[in-house]
Ligand binder design. Structure first.
Ligand SMILES: NC(=O)c1ccc[n+]([C@@H]2O[C@H](COP(=O)([O-])OP(=O)(O)OC[C@H]3O[C@@H](n4cnc5c(N)ncnc54)[C@H](OP(=O)(O)O)[C@@H]3O)[C@@H](O)[C@H]2O)c1
Length: 306
């Protein structure tokens, strides 16, 4: 394994994707430096951070020691989702890129929500950074919704567990593109080893409809759920109003805007034969020891859930 004993820096290391990357590269024998907002609160992660834990609070409170010596790869997963999202992410990424000047490879984890016509703050913020990263000749990965035990997928799974009705906004035919967390780790490793620069879409194509996306999770959970269409544009102003009143909601106006302007991207050649959505769900069920769900999902491979 070529990254054995190499130094790899990972931001957002206590997050869903970041923590999987820490484990993946540590298991390959790499020297992983985990960057988190509060190292003292992330002790459990230290088993997968052989190179130590460092402070990184975007935009500017970043421990420079994390970038000392020979660094083979920096994977930037951290993403501010709350206050000052655009400034924190853009300024923070600029600062990280500056600190990574001597690193062999810099990978920015973007999103399929990032494109020139994005309306969500999240999508716009990622797109702004993509434009800068293109100029800086780095690697940009646009993953689909990552299937695993965290992130937005886990949030939808929680909704499926709690609610008998699942809302279908803006019609059910929009495609959700996905990637299995294990495949995403392999894609990052491959692009680093191949010294590949540019933008890569790491997602199945054409993906599944939102309706099938929900159906897949309902099968994983073995619960019957009613998938009910709601007019997104009608609901949006109410969600915005509730947000102004700081009332908790299962989804944000940014989520709705993201759904409304969802775009499909052809998958890039990333040297990994990525699992389909149904296969990813089956892999997750197997990992969780839920073999009956895995069998149910395996049966779907040739069915409508691609
Ligand atoms: N999961 C997906 O389906 C998906 C799909 C496409 C792209 N992505 C991208 O992949 C990356 C990782 O996503 P994820 O699912 O792993 O999200 P996550 O679990 O929410 O992780 C986000 C990480 O960013 C950290 N963070 C937030 N604000 C920060 C700040 N101001 N300074 C430093 N760190 C900060 C969080 O730290 P705390 O937990 O301590 O706040 C956390 O470690 C993100 O860039 C996301 O946009 C994810």
């Amino acid at each position: 394994m070529k990254l054995h004993s190499k130094t790899i820096v990972i931001t957002g290391a206590n997050g869903f994707v970041g923590s999987h990357l820490c484990r993946y590269f540590t298991e390959q024998g790499a020297n992983v430096r985990a960057l988190v907002k509060q190292p003292e609160r992330c002790r459990a992660l230290s088993a997968h951070a052989s190179g130590g834990m460092y402070r990184c609070q975007l935009p500017s409170d970043i421990d420079e020691k994390a970038f000392s010596g020979t660094v083979s790869l920096v994977v930037h997963c951290a993403c501010e989702m709350k206050a000052g999202i655009r400034t924190a992410n853009l300024e923070g990424t600029r600062r990280l890129l500056h600190l990574s000047q001597r690193a062999d490879h810099f990978i920015f984890i973007s999103s399929l929500a990032a494109h020139s016509e994005a309306h969500s703050l999240y999508g716009q913020s990622k797109w702004e950074i993509e434009l800068e990263m293109q100029k800086a000749n780095t690697t940009i990965i646009k993953p689909g919704t990552v299937i695993g035990n965290g992130g937005v997928f886990e949030k939808t799974r929680q909704l499926v567990r709690k609610s008998a009705i699942l809302p279908l906004f803006y019609g059910g035919s929009r495609a959700i593109q996905t990637i299995w967390i294990g495949d995403l780790c392999r894609v990052i490793e491959n692009l680093c080893l191949g010294n590949s620069k540019g933008t890569y879409v790491a997602a199945d194509f054409p993906g599944v409809s939102v309706r099938d996306y929900y159906r897949g999770i309902s099968l994983l959970e073995n619960r019957h759920r009613w998938i009910v269409p709601f007019p997104g544009d009608f609901v949006l102003p109410f969600v915005q109003l509730f947000e102004r009143w700081h009332l908790p909601l299962p989804l944000s106006s940014d989520n709705l805007l993201g759904l409304k302007h969802l775009r499909s991207f052809a998958a890039s050649k990333v040297g990994v034969n990525c699992l389909s959505y149904a296969q990813s769900l089956a892999a997750l069920a197997t990992e969780e020891g839920n073999f009956s769900a895995a069998r149910r999902l395996e049966c779907l491979r040739s069915n409508s859930l691609k």
